[in-house]
Design a protein around this ligand. Structure first.
Ligand code: PMV
Length: 359
């Protein structure tokens, strides 16, 4: 019986203007504010997914990091996987061979059950955007499997968005904006590449893995409580994000690190302030995270300008943006204060560096 298999990788992305809060009225995983991120294009920060489709399979199955997940129940992954699968099956086209002959019709292909095996090369659910890479990879791999062509640019990102909001931004490299959109069917709530990676090749990200464990409050649950209880979040979405996004886009386009860095740190701080403003409060940062923040400011003060910019997603781990010329000094500075455990330095490459700062 025929079987078709595709394997792809997708990178993670770290937001510099954060998305926090869903527009529940639409129920389509649309955000209350637009957001922007930088895609971290590196082998040790990605998701790798293989998907097989066969007429022999009797159920859709999913293995995440070696462990089988329930795909039939009401769990988060189950519902999201089903949603993405249904959307992608609806876009399936005939599979053809090199000569153009049809090897499997779209209808047949879409009727086959799939087995999905996905692995992250970095800590999962620790606030390092693992679900962003994971769902972007799922949608991208399904697109290959089903021979999908986008009817309009960004269409696949509208499907990845329904897996995990931030996943839509991982379908593009460089500086990517997730436009919140206005249409009732949310087909315009999609990712847009503002400037690709080649635009600012000197940009780097140093990652301090402060705690690789699973976060206490999953982002979906956290943002829902924030939407319901935080007046600061409502103010941020209404009055802060749009002008800040415009300033951020201009800074990125101009490769102005000082402006980019300041806005990045301010936005991370405001996001965590909304978490504190949530009732009951959500604490993603811990004492080591706050120490990393202080050190980053100390580094910048010592240098007389902003050369390093931290940002934290829904977890304690710091992502510190800098430029290639400053990376080694920044790393040496951080390692001085956070000497890694013996096996702590996970990688130190030419691109964004990953290091363990403290356990
Ligand atoms: O995509 P989600 O539902 O995991 O939410 C991500 C939220 C943040 O990472 C905190 C911010 C962002 O824009 O990525």
């Amino acid at each position: 019986m025929p079987m078709f298999i595709e394997t792809c990788t997708a990178p993670t992305n770290i937001a510099v203007i954060k998305y926090w809060g869903k527009d529940e009225a639409r129920g389509l995983n649309t955000p209350i504010n637009s957001s922007a991120s930088v895609t971290l294009d590196q082998d040790d920060l990605c998701a790798m997914t293989s998907i097989a489709a066969s007429s022999d399979f009797v159920a859709d199955r999913l293995w995440l990091n070696g462990k089988e997940e329930d795909t039939a129940g009401n769990g988060t992954h189950a519902k999201r996987l089903r949603k993405c699968l249904a959307e992608m099956r609806g876009l399936a086209r005939d599979r053809v061979d090199a000569s153009g002959a049809v090897v499997c019709t779209a209808t047949e292909l879409a009727s086959y059950k799939v087995h999905v095996v996905s692995r992250n090369t970095f800590p999962t659910a620790a606030g390092l955007a693992s679900s962003a890479a994971g769902y972007a990879c799922l949608v991208h791999t399904l697109a290959k499997l089903y021979n999908v062509e986008e009817a309009y640019e960004g269409q696949l990102s509208t499907i990845a968005r329904q897996g995990s909001g931030s996943a839509c931004r991982s379908l593009y490299g460089g500086f990517v904006k997730w436009v919140k959109g206005r249409k009732p069917d949310a087909t315009d709530s999609m990712a847009v590449c503002v400037a690709d990676q080649a635009h600012w090749p000197e940009l780097r990200a140093v990652i301090l893995v402060i705690n690789a464990g699973k976060k206490e409050t999953p982002s979906t649950e956290g943002m829902q409580t924030s939407v319901e209880t935080s007046p600061l979040l409502a103010f941020r979405a209404e009055s802060v994000v749009e002008p800040r996004l415009a300033a951020m886009e201009a800074a990125y386009r101009a490769r102005d690190f000082e402006a980019f860095g300041k806005l990045t740190m301010q936005d991370s701080n405001q996001f965590h302030a909304t978490c504190l403003d949530t009732y009951p409060p959500i604490f993603y940062l811990n004492d080591v995270s706050r120490q990393a923040i202080r050190l980053c400011h100390a580094f910048n003060e010592h240098k007389g300008r902003i050369l390093a910019a931290y940002t934290f997603d829904a977890g304690p781990n710091a992502v510190i943006y800098c430029e290639a010329k400053d990376r080694d000094e920044l790393l040496a500075f951080m390692l001085h204060f956070f000497p890694p455990p013996r096996s702590g330095v996970e990688s130190y490459t030419n691109k964004p560096a990953l290091l363990k700062a403290a356990a």
